[in-house]
Write a protein that binds this ligand. Structure first.
Ligand code: SF4
Length: 321
């Protein structure tokens, strides 16, 4: 198998299976780690471009061309999802891409994973209001925890972000899910969670998701929250859903050169174990492991030993975009 493949898609990755979104094709609208936050738990590594500047980081025409090519294959996809290794709403062309998908590909639903920091901008709210599902992060109820967990751009303040989310909720007819990422000893005190509960009531989203570390975070001191504590916090937050990862159905399994391209485009954006990759790709570990090892040998991926196993991730030389 040729491991020095030139990848047809630079802005698309996956598709990956998701409990809420089914089979989801990822669209990455910004270069690696271009973000308004530098979260301690980020699975994509430290933010290298901390910014609030909106611009066409990745050309809209390029994204549209890749989508046209990919979607001509007529594969089973349930959602096209703006996500990746930075903040998608920083691309000022996001509204244009959403409009293109809604008018030319109405058969696919569109989702957005966002850190919520630009919701206070009316233009951002207007551009994203037509997507079907938004999973929006909010990891703190108070400014000190916001600084500690999210290490924001200096011009951001938490109360404006919460006001922005609340305003957006009122104009958004799609499904809004708020996600809270628990960082042990930082944003999980009873005082913080009580304040969060009030904020979540005010936002009035369609659901709340509770997440914790599953892959290597940016800071080594960030540890996952145990299942018992997760359950207690879920109950305290009136039944917040604990995030679980799911497997690809057998019909979406990919082989040959497609497997190579899909592995690299997906793993370059966030770290996975061989077992994770097997689950995502829909092939057994014995088929996936040698391909991953070849990609490490050819310096297209790197390997890191963690408590939960060996994680494959982007090598410095092969960051996307
Ligand atoms: S977790 Fe998301 S919002 Fe936080 S630094 Fe990483 S990409 Fe940015």
């Amino acid at each position: 198998m040729n491991t020095d493949s030139t990848f047809k898609y630079n802005t698309l990755f996956g598709p990956v299976p998701s409990r809420r979104l089914g089979i989801s094709l990822g669209v990455d609208l910004v270069p690696h780690k271009t973000c308004s936050l530098d979260c301690v738990y980020c699975e994509c590594g430290a933010t290298t471009h901390l910014t609030l500047k909106r611009k066409e980081y990745v050309a809209v025409d390029r994204v549209k061309n890749e989508l046209v090519t990919y979607l001509s294959r007529d594969e089973k996809i349930d959602y096209i999802t703006f996500s990746g290794s930075g903040e998608p709403t920083l691309n000022e062309g996001i509204g244009d891409v959403i409009h293109f998908l809604k008018s030319d590909y109405p058969q696919y639903k569109v989702a957005l994973l966002t850190n919520s920091t630009l919701f206070d901008q009316p233009e951002v709210r207007r551009q994203i209001k037509d997507v079907d599902v938004i999973m929006a992060s909010l990891d703190a109820a108070t400014e000190p925890q916001f600084m500690q967990v999210n290490r924001p751009h200096p011009e951001l303040d938490l109360s404006s972000i919460i006001d922005g989310i609340t305003l957006f909720r009122k104009m958004f007819s799609g499904r809004l899910l708020m996600e809270y990422f628990l960082v042990n000893g930082c944003n999980d005190s009873i005082q913080e969670l009580a304040k969060l509960k009030k904020i979540l009531r005010r936002i009035d989203a369609d659901g709340v998701l509770l997440n914790t570390l599953d892959r290597p975070g940016t800071e080594a001191w960030v540890q996952p929250t145990g299942p018992k504590r997760l359950k207690d916090i879920s109950d305290f937050l009136e039944g917040a859903e604990i995030v679980k990862y799911t497997s690809a159905p057998p019909e979406t399994a990919v082989r040959g050169e497609d497997l190579m391209a899909r592995l690299v485009s997906t793993v370059r954006r966030r770290p996975y174990t061989a077992q994770d990759v097997s689950r995502i790709i829909g092939l057994d570990v014995e088929s996936v492991q040698p391909v991953l090892d070849q990609l490490v040998a050819s310096n297209q991926l790197a390997l890191k030993q963690m408590d939960r196993g060996c994680f494959y991730m982007a090598s410095q030389a092969r960051r996307p975009c």
